[in-house]
Design a protein around this ligand. Sequence first.
Ligand SMILES: *Cc1c(COP(=O)(O)O)cnc(C)c1O
Length: 495
Amino acid sequence: MSTLYKSTRSDSKTFTASEAILKGLADDGGLFVPTSIPALDVSIEELSKMDYKEVAYNVMKNFLSDFTEEELKDCINKAYDSKFDTEEIAPLVEVEGAYYLELFHGSTIAFKDMALSILPHLLTTSAKKNNINNEIVILTATSGDTGKAAMAGFADVPGTRIIVFYPAGGVSSIQEKQMVTQKGDNTYVVSINGNFDEAQSGVKAIFGDKELAKEMADKGFQFSSANSINIGRLVPQIAYYVYAYAKLFAEGKVAKDEKINVVVPTGNFGNILAAFYAKNMGLPIDKLICASNDNKVLYDFFETGVYDKNREFMLTISPSMDILISSNLERLIYRIAGNSYEKNAALMEDLKTKGKYEITPEMKAELKDFYGNYASEAELSKTIKDTYESCGYIMDTHTAVAATVYDKYKKATGDNKTTVIASTASPFKFTRSVMNAIDPKYDEKGDFELVDELSRIGNVAVPNAIEEIRNADVRHNNNCDVDGMKDIVKKFLGI
Ligand SMILES: *Cc1c(COP(=O)(O)O)cnc(C)c1O
């Protein structure tokens, strides 16, 4: 069976998976979506006996159907190796009756590693398959975690360069230190004087610049994207939901076909969309619980059917979710519009020109799989503190948004189904906010003193990703305005 991809915004031709991975974004500005979502063709019994890599292969093979078995297995083996600090890759930890799927055991200790450790391999394999000889330039906007994970994945990968833009003052100090100390001669990092949405829009504009694309091609370069709009990121993320379910089944925590709920702390809507695709593959998932922080544009959307980004952009202690334009939502909109590119394109045009759009009641009815809510700064901090005090488990600020929303969901519905909470970052990545939540007295201490204190009170070793930046040299010191992004890209590439 082969899966093909097409754009959400026009009646485009179809693309193979490798073509869609190379392009990142469709030429018309739309996102690539599979023309149909392949079914999971391996039983849960079989999956429950497999390790992470085998599950990943069985989930990904039908999405990336133009990859040979050898090519895909090679990518998987190179990705999910000792860069992860546990052989389980994504451990499932039971805390107060819910299952935390810890997606932060990779090299940059956030869930972005789950996809970005494999994307460079998918991309270079795709280039080979399509006889591309250009150097591939990855351009990425980051709210803090993608940038580092992408650089870690692409550093010194032959035939690639990577340029990362992050909002100055919009990331945690540990996140910033992780990025500006990045090694690799093919890595470039720039802070921009703007927020994440502006960084993301700037990158999209550079992608859409036909003149620049031509100049690039003349010099032997072409752009691709490591942002979560790339299906090469979305597809690997489906795997861990299947893995989590198989694990629950193996441990007797769910019966055959028993439905579970999944809670996802959401920003760009990539991670939760992967869960939605897993459900559509046939995984027994009931509700997809979409957890937002104070930038609660998605909560309002699920409540009212109006997506409205015209509001104040808040800087929160869960910065990787500080987003008002959730790019991947477009894939869901396309689908609930009955896979209509006309309807979707019209709504996206509204978003561009008016900053908002409204879906029809019929479309809204198609959202019944989702429940949305949000957590304020005080609520999520309280969740961190209460959970630590009652059972010693220390979660990060993003995961705490999910845990808080899960509590609200249970109170509102009484639904006590077995639940998986996507735990998207290590608390060590957001040490200051986490420690302040536990006790404000910690605010006087330095970043690395707090790291050591967190290790002590949580009884967990300091992750390698943190040890490595403790004394690392700053290697990047670039800053630009939003309208200077294109020039700095040209400067880095010497064109
Ligand atoms: C990126 C990120 C999120 C949001 O994920 P989306 O796929 O953008 O919705 C949540 N938590 C952390 C720690 C992240 O890095």
